[in-house]
Design a protein. Structure first.
Length: 384
């Protein structure tokens, strides 16, 4: 904001300084650059409005956007002005002496008189036909055309100063738009955070509601379980009382039965004493027979041990014989394989010898035929 205020002060100072000096200066116009800067600022504002989807529903954002965009005014278009405004300052600074007294124009930084002056009391050439000049044509600076040109050039300079001021204002508006963009981005981020927080709170609320419904169902289930438990407790208490009464009756019956059995036992012991003596004698006799049977069993165990030893010896001998038999079988197989291989070698060598002998026989027969042919030739040579 300090930079903006400083820029505003500078613009106001420039405007006051520019109006205080009525200097006729020609500044080259850059209308295309001005239009391009204006169009770029408009495009930036459009992008700013389209890139903030969260600010559509908020009135504050819309009002801020409208104020920032509407406050920026387009600088005036200067394409319809007189082309004399494009005259160079250097070309208008001093006229040649052949057109009369030289007119000088002070710059904005000079302390002299800002109005065009003449060295000979504003005298102009008196020739009726002025020579052609690239700056003002055939018009003379001392007459009406010169005053019109001076007035137009003054207006041109004033418009250029206003154009410069408007450019500075446009820069200030750009800075304000940038600051507004930052504020709008911050507000959009805050709005997004609030939306996210609201969504999270909504989901948490739904989850809590579901948990509350589950807890209510659990409470209802527990209540039903409690009623069932109370009813079962009452039933069990009644059954316990019934069982206690029945158990007391059973205990009394058991005591009575035990007393009756004791009486019967006493009677039986007194009656069966003689039978007990006979039983003791039978037990003694059976014990002797059992001892004899035990002795016989021990002898049989010894015999079984000896037979088990013999069986173990026979088993070891049988294993040794089986191992020897397996070794003999393996050796027989090896011998058989070796004999078959040797027989195969003998057969192959016999076949080779037979083939060689056949070849030798064929060669000898061939050689014999050649010898016979040679001998027959010699005989034929001798006979004539």
């Amino acid at each position: 904001m300090n930079s903006l205020s400083g820029s505003k002060v500078s613009v106001s100072q420039l405007s006051t300084n520019s109006h205080s000096h009525e200097t006729i200066r020609s500044v080259p116009l850059d209308i295309d650059q001005l239009d391009s800067s204006f169009n770029s600022s408009q495009k930036r504002d459009e992008n700013l409005t389209s890139s903030m989807p969260h600010s559509i529903g908020s009135d504050s954002h819309l009002s801020l956007q409208n104020t920032t965009i509407n406050s920026f005014k387009a600088p005036p278009r200067l394409s319809s002005f007189n082309p004399v405004s494009g005259i160079n300052r250097i070309s208008l600074k001093q006229f040649p002496s052949e057109y009369g007294s030289a007119l000088t124009y002070s710059n904005g930084n000079s302390d002299g008189n800002n109005s065009p002056t003449s060295e000979d009391n504003n005298t102009v050439p008196t020739s009726s036909i002025s020579p052609w000049n690239s700056a003002v044509g055939r018009a003379s600076l001392g007459g009406k055309s010169g005053r019109v040109i001076e007035r137009l050039m003054g207006e041109n300079d004033m418009l250029k100063r206003e154009l410069h001021i408007e450019r500075l204002r446009a820069e200030e508006q750009k800075q304000a738009v940038k600051m507004a963009e930052g504020r709008m981005e911050a507000l959009a981020a805050e709005y997004d955070g609030k939306l996210h927080e609201a969504a999270v709170n909504k989901t948490m609320l739904k989850r809590k509601e579901r948990q509350l419904a589950d807890l209510r169902l659990q409470v209802e289930v527990e209540k039903s379980k409690a009623t069932v438990a109370i009813e079962s407790e009452r039933i069990w208490k009644e059954q316990i009382q019934k069982v206690e009464e029945e158990s007391k009756q059973h205990v009394e019956d058991a005591f009575n039965y035990a007393a009756m059995m004791d009486a019967r036992n006493a009677a039986m012991t007194n009656h069966w004493k003689e039978q007990g003596n006979e039983v003791n004698r039978a037990v003694a006799k059976l014990s002797k027979e059992i001892e004899e049977i035990n002795l016989e069993r021990k002898q049989d165990d010894k015999r079984l041990n000896t037979l088990q030893g013999l069986c173990d010896q026979q088993a070891t001998l049988l294993e040794e014989l089986l191992e020897k038999r397996n070794a003999i079988v393996l050796k027989h197989k090896e011998y058989k394989c070796s004999q078959e291989e040797s027989l195969r070698d003998i057969k192959t060598s016999a076949i080779q010898v037979e083939e060689k002998s056949e070849l030798l026989l064929a060669e000898t027969q061939k050689v014999l035929g050649e010898l016979k042919w040679a001998l027959s030739l010699k005989k034929n040579e001798r006979t004539p």
